[in-house]
Design a protein around this ligand. Structure first.
Ligand code: HMG
Ligand code: MG
Length: 302
């Protein structure tokens, strides 16, 4: 299949990138990160989570973050909402898009959101309905679509099953997520091919963590199956508190560098993203994990 000429990048570092940071990242820094990402041209920034602050303390300031960011016209600001309480927070914050987040693995569903897959779907239904009535976009994320830290193998049918339940709720976009970065390109092809038999590929995204170094190859495999939306995190920040040992999302800089080489447009300013990655890593007091970002920064310094 011919590769798409344009790809939508959803920048998830303010949420997925920071949620697992042990030290609380000041609200000012989160706001600056989001503002800089919007200014760099990202069409979609995942800005916050409206989840229990006891479960994920780093995301406790979501309402403040949302109140203080500058909204760039053309950027969609998304927030995670596991239930109606989360939705109420998202509505009050004026989020453009909510993200319901289920899993293709029962064990992960229990650990992450404290309920079964079926219970999660029942919880999401009123959330999606309320969001649609409020004119908000809705995204449905499927964790552990390529493997589970508790259960191991996850059958392709389990991923398709959750996708069909989301489709029945009329979500706008469905994220196929490799929470722990275990997928390899053939498996990605199999899962994406199966999902896009039931969901229009224009509405499916790939969310790849890079734990096993497979994320760029997995994105290329997904592109070849017709997927044109990907989630990335500047400097490769991130990890899930309920997936021990899993590292961050694929680094935005690395994906932009690969896409530029493939002549695929994203509308994002690559040099600005390199700067953001270096700035954020300096703030967190460590070297970022983007190979392309670090290479360019080293070249600039030489
Ligand atoms: P629970 O304990 O079963 O919920 O947690 P509950 O309804 O019994 O409520 C317990 C307490 O939480 C109550 O407070 C509620 O008010 C409060 P208390 O009376 O004890 O003081 N509460 C809330 N507070 C704020 N916002 C809310 C909310 N809901 C309840 N929305 C719950 C269930 C889902 C809330 C909990 O399990 C939770 O918050 N989990 C967080 C999960 C999370 O954020 N995980 C990381 C994001 S998912 C991810 O990273 C994967 C992804 O990137 C894709 C991939 O890579 O796979 C998306
Ligand atoms: Mg994730």
């Amino acid at each position: 299949m011919a590769l798409p000429s344009r790809v939508k990048i959803v920048e998830v570092s303010p949420r997925d990138g920071l949620q697992n940071e042990k030290e609380f990242v000041p609200t000012d820094i989160k706001v600056e990160l989001i503002n800089r990402l919007s200014a760099a041209g990202f069409p979609n920034v995942e800005a916050a989570s409206f989840v229990s602050p006891k479960w994920v303390p780093q995301m406790a300031d979501g309402a403040d973050v949302m109140a203080r960011i500058e909204r760039r016209p053309g950027t969609i600001y998304s927030v995670l909402t596991p239930n109606m309480k989360g939705f109420e927070g998202a509505l009050a914050a004026g989020a453009d898009e909510i993200v319901i987040f289920g899993a293709a693995s029962e064990a992960f569903s229990q650990k992450n959101i404290n309920c079964s897959i079926a219970e999660s779907i029942a919880r999401f239904e009123p959330v999606v309905q309320a969001a649609r009535e409020a004119g908000m976009r809705v995204r449905g994320s499927i964790s552990c679509a390529l493997g589970c830290p508790y259960q191991g193998e996850v059958p392709v049918e389990a991923v398709v099953d959750v996708a069909q339940r989301y489709l029945a709720m009329q979500v706008d976009e469905i994220d196929v997520a490799d929470t722990i970065g275990v997928g390899t390109p053939q498996r990605v092809r199999d899962v994406m091919t199966a999902v896009t038999r039931v969901v229009n590929p224009a509405h499916v995204s790939g969310h790849f963590h890079d734990t096993y170094g497979q994320a760029l190859a997995n994105i290329l495999a997904a592109l070849e199956t017709g997927i044109s939306i990907f989630h990335t995190s500047v400097a490769g920040l991130g990890g899930c508190p309920y997936a021990k040992g899993a590292t961050g999302n694929v680094a935005t800089e690395d994906v932009l560098y690969m896409l530029r080489g493939l002549d695929i447009d994203t509308g994002v300013d690559f040099d600005a993203v390199v700067d953001i990655g270096q700035w954020m890593s300096a703030h967190l007091n460590r070297k970022g994990s983007s190979r392309a970002g670090n290479a360019i920064a080293a070249k600039r310094a030489a």
